[in-house]
Design a protein around this ligand. Sequence first.
Ligand code: SF4
Length: 376
Amino acid sequence: MAGIYVHIPFCRKQCSYCDFYKSTLLENKKTLLVSLMKELDHKANYLEGDRIETIYIGGGTPSVLSIEEINLLLSKISAVYKVSDKAEITFEANPDDLNKTYLERLYNNTVINRLSIGIQSFIDRDLRLLNRRHDSTKAKHAIRDTLKAGFSDVSIDLIYSIPGMSMDEWICNLNTAFSFNIHHLSAYFLTFEPGTCIYGKLKNKEIDQVKEEQSLEQYKKLIEIAEKAGYIQYEISNFSLPGHLSKHNSGYWSGKKYIGIGPSAHSYNIKTRQWNVSDNAEYIMKINQNRTYFEMEHLNLKTRFNEYIMTGLRTKWGIDLKEIEKKFGTEFYRLIINKALPFLKNNDIEEKENHYFLTSKGIFIADYIISAMFLD
Ligand code: SF4
């Protein structure tokens, strides 16, 4: 079982907080698509023949693609890889691209069966600060029209801890999201990455960062409201109705193999990890000249172990101690038992049926616990 991620590195506008690789020069779209097709051929053996259970078209902004371009990509994937009939095929979209005609064609004329919409907030002031192209009215229309078009697996992204956002506004955002009966929610804490426009505003004291206690309160509210609305928290930032968790992202967290196609995309096949150049022009040029367009790392046992801890502990499935002993040996098993002791004592981690999980207390210091559990 494996997955394919396709990175569409174009955006119509630069959001103020975003440090993903993308370009606003959409005129290079057609040339880049040709290179994506070539990369799909190059990577044909990377997954060693594993069946593809999930495809994720992300970005950037995949909804800059026409229906014909999407189908070109998806048919190339099916021609080169063994794709399961029941594959989860996710498409990321920005609300402002989701008009009724596009949505109907996406639903009726492609094999995409899951939509992930970058809503971020239903408050216009937040959307302006984040420099998003849509406003709250468009955000609501996009969700309604997506469900109306027939999609039965719809996820939205929200951001909390936005400067100026009150607790009441955050609660209102969550209630609005759940009032649409969406199937899945990813909610992220706003980070200020150096080099982004919002980071500049913070440094120039044009905005204030939300205090840590306030952010934690907003995160607590998120968990509480999502749970009351019937959503299961299956990862630190992800909530779904039963049966609607993201299989693609769960694949990353459970160590399944995947290939990443496109500039800046990562690939992983247990033995190696590789990442493509983060530059459209360089990517296109190197693919066309048959030159290496990625860097590669061979993964040793310790790196694989640390990745297992990092991804496993973030999920509701936790880390499996028997699996650790089997996959990584008795020495690593003993080390992790020792490292977990203070957290077990402090009720930050609990043990159930040979698995370690973050408790509802530990989840608030997840990053600290995870790095303390790493082997150096
Ligand atoms: S649309 Fe998404 S990828 Fe593009 S700039 Fe905004 S946040 Fe980044």
